[in-house]
Ligand binder design. Structure first.
Ligand SMILES: Cc1cc2nc3c(=O)[nH]c(=O)nc-3n(C[C@H](O)[C@H](O)[C@H](O)COP(=O)(O)OP(=O)(O)OC[C@H]3O[C@@H](n4cnc5c(N)ncnc54)[C@H](O)[C@@H]3O)c2cc1C
Length: 623
């Protein structure tokens, strides 16, 4: 059965290669950080006129697609080898924290990194290997010193709920228990490096002023979601990585082994993972042995479209994948070949909205103004959702609309800071500095400034017209180029706007229940329309680990595979279906914490984690 399956895949790939599509995919995946534009994704779909052969009813888990055919190496033929205590594969967010914790404990570590030390372009911006800026540990002293409190148990429950319970609560609890410790440890290293971390900006939601429902019986949809992100502190992830790398060099003489791509794990006769085969830039293969273990810290597979097709059920509807094109799911594959249990599909992604390949070409990761809770309409001009939702929520809602795209309709009030506040942009959506400044020009994320909006108007990414009728005509004219078609029903669209204006006038959204605070009529010319779609930043599913970060076997016993650990986005069990917007259990914080845990586990060192002693735990907070 497998042979048939593989044969079919191979034939399909050859056919695509013949049309040039596969070559396009390969180029996009391996040569740079080009976004996954829809056109490219669509071009990889099967356009065969002959019926596809049966899949032989092979479970997805047992299918072997082209990208996951296990490579064979002759170990004896590989002459170069090194032996260390621990091999860490991947040296960005989770990997660098793990490496530093190992070095502090006196371990001899090698850190393999497929990239070089230059910045990588992600979306429209050049970053170091670590990407992002909002560090959500379960709690942290920066927030504590600012008198800010958080209900940790509530966050854990939300994390479990949003994951539909397909998560390992022991793992989540451990990350929560150790969050403040790891955050303090990270801040200490940054201080030693000379960074000012005592005045970091914390997302404390001063503008949190949702209108309660008349009955107050339940939270308004989006009430938690839109605002959540509580108390994460803000520092560019690349700066943290840089500080760790510099300090590791200064204090321990450690240097990252750059341009060295791990290919396959090495196991001994007992099944224990004892090392990894890696390839240097000149093609040389090297065996790196880890006496105590190997830690996979290779991130997700945002750069591997074939893997996305296998594991993301809606892969065809993502307009852009923003993360590093060089993260190709290598750790997932290596773990899989070593017998690990890969998370069942559908996998988790960090869904995003306001995504647009055109805006990335103009130098921005996303269209900030498109993500505000203005009026959203679909390809036909119909309103389809409560616009006051989380990032992922908006993205998911778009993905099931016609063409998987939408228009954000707004007017010239976008320049008014009072309106911007009430539209409630937080973290990456914030378009005003009334309460806070954040990193970026003018204290706002570069994508969310009014200058960015103006740039995108000038670039023709945002359409502008003096009347709504003219705007509708423009949307019809430009729609095909934006991949949203030309079927906008002009009369219907004008009625949609009129209806929305009526609801705003009344101050109550009978149609979708949007918070009245964000109900603004579309009545101040000029008028704007911008097409956006659903995308994702990173994938967050890989091989299952337990609370010790030990990789679990595919065998139903789920016994740990000796010697193998996984951290960050290549490790499963923490998120499912969708990234939780709770920054306090956010991705960067989790990556750092799991790196810290794995470092101690692989060395067999105990970690202080009595929840009662965990600093700033909610019980202490409310005392
Ligand atoms: C635009 C953007 C903004 C974001 N903002 C935030 C934010 O504000 N807050 C937040 O919490 N999260 C944010 N994220 C998500 C966050 O960046 C990631 O989830 C997190 O960095 C994952 O850490 P990781 O260690 O698992 O993977 P990575 O940080 O991606 O590290 C993986 C490393 O492994 C290397 N590697 C891969 N394969 C191999 C191999 N075979 N051999 C050797 N090396 C290999 C890679 O080159 C890379 O250096 C953002 C993501 C994006 C794209």
């Amino acid at each position: 059965m497998f042979r048939d399956q593989m044969e079919w895949n191979r034939r399909q790939f050859l056919k695509l290669a013949a049309t040039g599509a596969a070559a396009g995919v390969a180029a996009a995946t391996f040569t740079g950080c080009t976004p996954n534009e829809t056109s490219t994704l669509n071009s990889t779909s099967d356009t065969s006129t002959t019926p596809a052969p049966t899949q032989q009813n092979v479970r997805l888990e047992d299918q072997v697609w082209d990208f996951e055919v296990e490579p064979k190496y002759d170990l004896d033929a590989i002459k170069e080898e090194e032996t260390h205590d621990v091999v860490v594969v991947g040296t960005a967010t989770s990997g660098m924290h793990c490496i530093y914790a190992l070095l502090e404990q006196g371990a001899d570590v090698v850190g393999l990194e497929k990239l070089n030390s230059d910045s990588v372009v992600v979306g429209g911006i050049a970053y170091r290997r670590s990407v992002g800026f909002s560090w959500g540990f379960s709690y942290n002293s920066v927030a504590h010193n600012q008198g800010l409190k958080v209900e940790i148990d509530r966050i854990v429950q939300d994390q479990v709920r949003i994951s539909n319970h397909k998560v390992d609560q022991k793992q989540i609890r451990r990350v929560v228990n150790l969050g403040p410790t790891v955050s303090d440890w990270q801040l200490k290293i940054l201080r030693e490096h000379g960074d000012d971390v005592d005045n970091l900006w914390v997302e404390d939601h001063p503008e949190r002023h949702q209108t309660p429902l008349p009955t107050d019986a339940t939270e308004r949809p989006g009430q938690q979601d839109t605002y959540w992100h509580p108390l994460g502190y803000t520092i560019w992830a690349g700066d943290v990585e840089w500080a760790l790398e510099e300090q590791a060099k200064a204090k321990f003489g450690f240097e990252v082994t750059y341009e060295t791509t791990a290919k396959k794990l090495i196991k001994d006769d007992s099944g224990r993972v004892i090392g990894v085969i890696a390839q240097k830039a000149d093609g040389t293969l090297v065996k790196y042995y880890g006496k105590k273990g190997v830690v996979l810290a290779t991130g997700g597979y945002e750069g591997n479209k074939e893997m996305q097709k296998k594991y993301l059920t809606d892969a065809d509807r993502y307009i852009v994948a923003v993360g590093k094109a060089t993260n190709t799911g290598d750790g997932l594959l290596m773990g899989q070949w070593a017998g690990a249990k890969v998370e069942d599909w559908p996998h988790t992604v960090m869904t995003w909205d306001g995504m647009s390949p055109e805006c990335i070409r103009a130098g921005y990761d996303y269209i900030g103004v498109a993500r505000q809770a203005w009026l959203y309409v679909n390809a036909y001009g119909q309103r389809f959702m409560n616009e006051d939702v989380t990032f992922g929520g908006q993205g998911r809602s778009i993905s099931i609309q016609p063409y998987a795209k939408m228009w954000t309709i707004f007017d010239d009030k976008y320049k008014d800071p009072d309106v911007e506040i009430n539209l409630k942009g937080t973290v990456c959506r914030r378009m005003t500095t009334v309460y806070h400044t954040m990193p970026g020009p003018g204290g706002i994320m570069p994508f969310c400034t009014n200058e960015a909006t103006q740039d995108l108007i000038d670039a023709g990414v945002i359409l502008k017209a003096d009347t709504l009728e003219e705007l509708a005509d423009l949307m019809i004219e430009k729609g095909p180029a934006f991949g949203i078609g030309n079927e906008l029903d002009k009369e219907g669209f004008l009625k949609t706007v009129a209806r929305y204006n009526e609801l705003c006038e009344e101050g109550y959204d009978w149609d979708f229940g949007k918070d009245p605070i964000c109900l603004y009529k579309v009545d101040k010319p000029p008028y704007y329309a911008v097409r956006s779609g659903c995308g994702f930043l990173v994938t967050q599913s890989g091989v299952y680990v337990d609370e010790h970060m030990r990789v679990l076997s595919k065998d139903v016993s789920r016994k740990p595979i000796e010697g193998l650990y996984a951290i960050g986005n290549v490790a499963s069990g923490f998120n499912a279906f969708e990234f939780s917007m709770d920054t306090n259990l956010g991705s960067l914080g989790r990556a750092a914490t799991t790196g810290y845990i794995a470092a101690h586990e692989v060395l067999g060192l105990p970690l202080e984690e009595d929840p009662k002693k965990t600093p700033f735990r909610n019980k202490n907070i409310f005392e």
